[in-house]
Design a protein around this ligand. Structure first.
Ligand code: SF4
Length: 805
């Protein structure tokens, strides 16, 4: 973001401004001058940056070297209203340009609830909402992702859909769409590709694309490390894709089948390279069904080894209740354990093809508490087809039994349950079923709540669930109109409880009674749903048979255990067999004592670093700065001393915090090291800091010294070009702690002030000057001084040592 960025003058007015400044570590964009692709996640930065699909697509596009790839996210509501009120453009995050300034605008859609946001963003970008109204002056609008198994509701807005695993055909689609010829020519050529649907060319059968194997080269190792806070702030290592358990309400088990696994050696290598590249202190293993990984003992052993060697925490996905007890073994557990019985009674679980006994659930709860869990959360659904009040009572009974187990373990009150309204999903055996209206769902949830004695009940919003159903099961004509109307009335951010405009959706949906009728009544099971032109996974015939089994209460075994059930998804992909005996040999789920301890890496030296920040990095908060330095220290390869305990962190000590909006050349951090030799430090190429941050000095000192915060006494600031010295004098008159104020060059003043003196706190100075000027003022902290032998000296010179920079 340069000084001319249209949003620069409003960043001080929004929450978490760092989410708009970009330039994070690993945020390269590929060669300039190449066809430009803007990857859009139609929600905020904190959610979009947590989306693994976006990371994969970005990685495979950059790996070709043929595209200039930018990211763009939906501005948060406070920023969005400022942009609109000031008529500012929606900007990309990387190499900022207007979001419409690209060859391809490519949306990632992991779930249907984001459909309205996509339409809202097209409007924000100034692009005609409907594909038919665009011409060669507009970017081609592409969409892909797991939320598009029924792409019909978005079909008037999208020029080309890519349906399936990105690794298989996303790059060739991008090549085709950025090749020669008119927009119409390019779309026509791409329409012939596997997995591509161009709505303007008419409807045809499109097969959901599947990667035959998970190629290590496609794993996004150099993931962007956010500076701002995000939801899943960690390296992600996908260990397997797909699940063939076949829960009948679950869309993922149909779309992502069959199962494809990485080898343990590949997983280890990807995890090691990801952590080295990013400096993340946490990593997560991504799969739909962790318990089913074929060689789980070897995987768990490898993960334990990596945690010890790299001093990171690697979280394992949650486990099925029936495997939890066996896999937990003798290990310790920290925090809360989540289990998903989904339905209250064994009978109903069998209908859902989740063959899990009550005893197994309670045994898992007992095991969780025995092993040290602080709480247990149980996930259920309400409003399932054919569900009776007795089934809802069974939820309360099972939860009460879990609460009694908690009491026996001395953990009274530590069981909670979460109830999600059932939403029928396309391409599942329950796709023909109707969804209960919100008022009926509320009654069912209230019934469970009325029986809750020793457990707490949370639930998802029934109105939001109805919208999810309307979007997911929508058609290609009326649903797009509904979306347009709601967006025109101000809808957006439907995934956010606090921003969801149920009033707008209620009013608009009432104008489309046929859509509501279809959602609540369900479809004729003898007919193929409208979205069946997408061959997304299991065949319609298989789904229909599964629906019949649901009605009869019959289970269908996992094809990894029993052999192929004929769903039709494999198409030549080999399916690894389940090896349940592996689980019996499994080591612990979580090693609680293997991480490097303080004693293993004692402090031998202190590396004091003076650093600065310029430009938009001045909007980095102190909390964000702490994370930034933790990751910089890790990826630097320095022999960093680590904190003790279960969660290890590099031992860092910061100088006085800098207020948001200040630039600096005089900030301080001490990195405690467990080696003291300056010649062995890997600093020949400097420190791996994100753009905007720079080092202005570093000194290595033996042992441990007082922290920079404790040694700091005085700070020197420079205020640039915006107020005259007399103006500033007026503003600062009477400010306690002000030691000196003098002109600094032609356009600035220099202020020396005692740190910690309330009246001269730099943020107050900034606020006073900003308000006097009527706009943001640029302030820089130049240096911090301490006292040595009775004289003020920069903190860098407080102790004898070896200067490294
Ligand atoms: S085709 Fe057969 S083996 Fe493949 S996922 Fe379907 S049921 Fe399993």
């Amino acid at each position: 973001m340069g000084s001319e960025h249209p949003w620069e003058g409003i960043l001080h007015l929004v929450q978490s401004p760092q989410q708009y400044t970009g330039r994070e570590w690993n945020s390269e964009t590929g060669p300039a001058g190449r066809p430009s692709v803007t990857l859009v996640y139609p929600d905020t930065y904190e959610l979009g940056m947590s989306n693994f699909g976006l990371a994969v697509v970005r990685h495979i596009l950059l790996a070709t070297g043929r595209f200039h790839v930018r990211r763009a996210f939906c501005p948060a509501p406070d920023m969005l209203s400022l942009i609109r009120s000031r008529n500012l453009p929606w900007m990309t995050l990387d190499d900022p340009v207007e979001a419409s300034d690209c060859d391809l605008l490519a949306f990632g859609i992991p779930c249907e609830i984001l459909f309205p946001n996509l339409v809202m963003l097209l409007g924000l970008a100034g692009i005609p909402l409907r594909s038919a109204d665009r011409d060669d002056s507009h970017p081609i609008v592409v969409a892909g992702g797991g939320g598009l198994s029924n792409p019909l509701p978005l079909s008037p807005f999208i020029d080309a859909f890519y349906l399936g695993d990105a690794e298989t055909g996303a790059v060739s689609l991008m090549d085709e769409l950025t090749g020669g010829g008119s927009r119409t020519d390019r779309l026509a050529r791409s329409a012939a590709q596997e997995g591509v649907w161009v709505p303007s060319m008419g409807r045809r059968r499109v097969r959901w694309q599947r990667a035959v194997r998970l190629d290590p080269a496609d794993a996004p190792v150099n993931q962007v490390v956010p500076t701002a806070r995000i939801v899943h702030d960690r390296a992600v290592v996908e260990i397997a894709r797909g699940c063939t358990r076949g829960c009948r309400f679950c869309q993922a088990t149909q779309l992502a089948r069959p199962v494809r696994e990485r080898s343990v050696a590949d997983i280890e290598s990807i995890a090691r390279r990801s952590i080295a590249s990013t400096g993340w202190e946490d990593a997560g293993l991504l799969t739909l069904s962790f318990s089913d990984f074929t060689d789980l003992p070897a995987l768990l052993a490898a993960v334990d080894g990596l945690e010890k060697e790299l001093a990171v925490n690697i979280s394992r996905p949650s486990l099925r209740p029936d495997t939890f007890v066996r896999l937990a073994g003798g290990s310790g557990i920290t925090g809360r354990v989540t289990l998903a019985p989904e339905a209250g009674s064994e009978t109903f679980r069998r209908r859902l093809n989740k063959d899990l006994g009550d005893a197994q659930v309670i045994e898992a709860v007992n095991a969780a508490f025995r092993l040290g869990a602080t709480g247990v959360k149980l996930y259920f659904m309400a409003g399932l087809p054919g569900e009776t009040d007795d089934d809802l009572r069974a939820i309360a009974d099972l939860s009460s039994e879990a609460a009694r187990a908690a009491s026996r373990a001395g953990r009274s009150g530590s069981v909670s349950i979460s109830i999600s309204p059932f939403v029928p999903k396309p391409h599942t055996p329950l796709q023909w079923c109707g969804q209960h209206p919100p008022q009926e769902l509320r009654r069912r949830i209230a019934l469970v709540r009325s029986m809750a004695r020793r457990f707490t009940v949370g639930c998802n919003d029934p109105d939001a669930a109805a919208l999810e159903g309307l979007m997911g099961l929508g058609d290609g004509t009326e649903t797009p109109c509904l979306i347009e109307e709601a967006v025109a009335h101000g809808a957006g951010f439907e995934g956010w409880k606090e921003h969801f405009r149920r009033d707008i959706w209620k009013d608009c949906a009432e104008e489309h009674p046929a859509l509501l009728e279809r959602l609540f009544s369900g479809l004729d099971p003898s007919s193929d749903p409208e979205w069946s032109f997408v061959e997304a996974g299991s065949s319609v015939g298989f789904l229909r048979e599964e629906y019949a089994r649901f009605l009869r209460g019959e289970a269908t075994p996992d094809c990894r255990e029993s052999g192929c059930n004929g769903c039709g998804a494999c198409d030549g992909i080999a399916v690894p067999a389940l090896r349940p005996e592996s689980a019996d040999r499994a080591p612990s789920v979580r090693s609680s004592s293997g991480l490097p301890s303080k004693a293993q890496r004692p402090v031998a030296a202190t590396l004091r670093i003076r650093f600065g920040r310029r430009g938009l990095s001045r909007f980095t908060s102190q909390l964000d700065l702490t994370r930034l330095w933790m990751r910089t220290a890790r990826r630097s390869g320095l022999p960093v001393a680590l904190s003790a305990g279960h969660v290890t962190r590099p031992r860092l000590r910061f100088g006085p915090a800098l207020p948001l909006g200040f630039e600096s050349t005089g900030e301080y951090i001490d990195i405690l090291l467990c080696e003291s030799s300056s010649t062995d430090l890997p600093l020949d190429r400097g420190l791996p800091l994100p753009e905007g941050f720079f080092v202005t000095g570093a000194r290595l000192m033996d042992g441990r010294i007082p922290s920079p915060e404790g040694e700091a006494g005085i700070a020197v600031y420079r205020i640039s070009d915006l107020v005259s010295a007399p103006d500033a004098a007026g503003l600062l008159e009477g400010a306690g702690g002000l030691l000196a104020m003098e002109p600094d060059g032609n356009d600035g003043i220099r202020i020396t002030a005692v740190l910690g003196e309330p009246a001269s706190r730099p943020d107050r100075l900034l606020a006073a000057m900003t308000s006097a000027r009527g706009g943001p003022v640029l302030v820089k902290r130049v240096e911090i001084l301490g006292e040595r032998d009775g004289c003020p000296v920069p903190l860098l010179s407080m102790h004898e040592g070896v200067d490294l920079f």
